[in-house]
Design a protein around this ligand. Structure first.
Ligand code: 5GP
Ligand code: MG
Ligand code: MG
Length: 184
C-alpha cells in the first residue's frame, strides 16, 4: 500500500488490515479458550484504555465466544509528590473490580511505564485475576517489569500509527498500521 503523510511525517505500510484481522481473531480464540471455565459463573470484564485501544478493543470483543463485559477508561498522568513521582489515575472506572476476572486492553506497550504504574492501583481493588492484552509490544523499548499475557505483534522500536494509534491526533482511522519512514 502507498505511504501516508500525517502532519509533517511520512509513514510506510507495515501491518495490513488482513494481517491484523487474523491476529485479532487468534487472540480472541485464545482468550475464549482460557476463560471458557467462567461460563455460568462470572463473566470476564475487559477494560479498554482510551484513546488508542478503541479499535482493537472493539474488534477483539466482537470475536469473543465467552460471556464478557467491556468498559473503557482514560489514564491521566500527573506529577505527585517527590516520593511518589508520576501518578497515573483512571478516569471513568465505574465498575467494582472486586473478585472479577479482568483483562486490560492496550494498543501498545512501549516503555511499559504506564501499565507498570497503573496495575498496582487496580490490584488494590482485589480482582480475582488481572491480565493484559496488547495489540503491539516494543520489546526493545520496554524498561519496566510487566507480564504481557496476550500480545498481537512484537514490533521494532519505531513509531507506528493507524488502527487506533495516532500521531498528534491524526491517523487513528487508518485500517492498517504504518511505521515512520526509515529516512525520517
Ligand atoms: P508506555 O511507554 O507507557 O508503555 O506507552 C504509553 C503510551 O505511549 C502507549 O499506550 C501509546 O499511547 C503511546 N505510544 C508508545 N509508542 C507508540 C507508537 O509507536 N505510536 C503511537 N501512536 N503511540 C505510542
Ligand atoms: Mg495506550
Ligand atoms: Mg497518542
Amino acid at each position: 500500500m502507498t505511504p501516508v503523510t500525517l502532519h509533517d511525517k511520512t509513514f510506510d505500510s507495515y501491518l495490513s488490515e488482513q494481517t491484523i484481522k487474523e491476529r485479532v481473531r487468534e487472540l480472541a480464540a485464545q482468550i475464549s479458550k482460557d476463560y471458557a471455565g467462567n461460563k455460568g459463573k462470572q463473566s470476564v470484564l475487559f477494560i479498554g484504555i482510551l484513546n488508542g485501544a478503541f479499535m482493537f478493543a472493539s474488534d477483539l470483543f466482537k470475536e469473543l465466544s465467552i460471556d464478557a463485559e467491556i468498559s473503557f477508561i482514560k489514564l491521566a498522568s500527573y506529577s505527585g509528590t517527590k516520593s511518589t513521582g508520576k501518578v497515573v489515575t483512571a478516569i471513568g472506572l465505574d465498575q467494582d473490580l472486586f473478585g472479577r476476572d479482568i483483562i486490560i486492553i492496550e494498543d501498545i506497550v512501549d516503555t511499559g511505564k504506564t501499565l507498570h504504574e497503573f496495575l498496582p492501583k487496580l490490584q488494590h481493588s482485589q480482582p480475582a485475576s488481572l491480565r493484559i492484552a496488547t495489540l503491539l509490544h516494543k520489546p526493545e523499548a520496554t524498561q519496566y517489569e510487566l507480564t504481557l499475557d496476550y500480545v498481537g505483534f512484537a514490533i521494532p522500536n519505531k513509531f507506528v500509527v493507524g488502527y487506533g494509534l495516532d500521531y498528534d491526533g491524526l491517523g487513528r482511522n487508518l485500517r492498517e498500521i504504518y511505521q515512520l519512514s526509515g529516512n525520517e
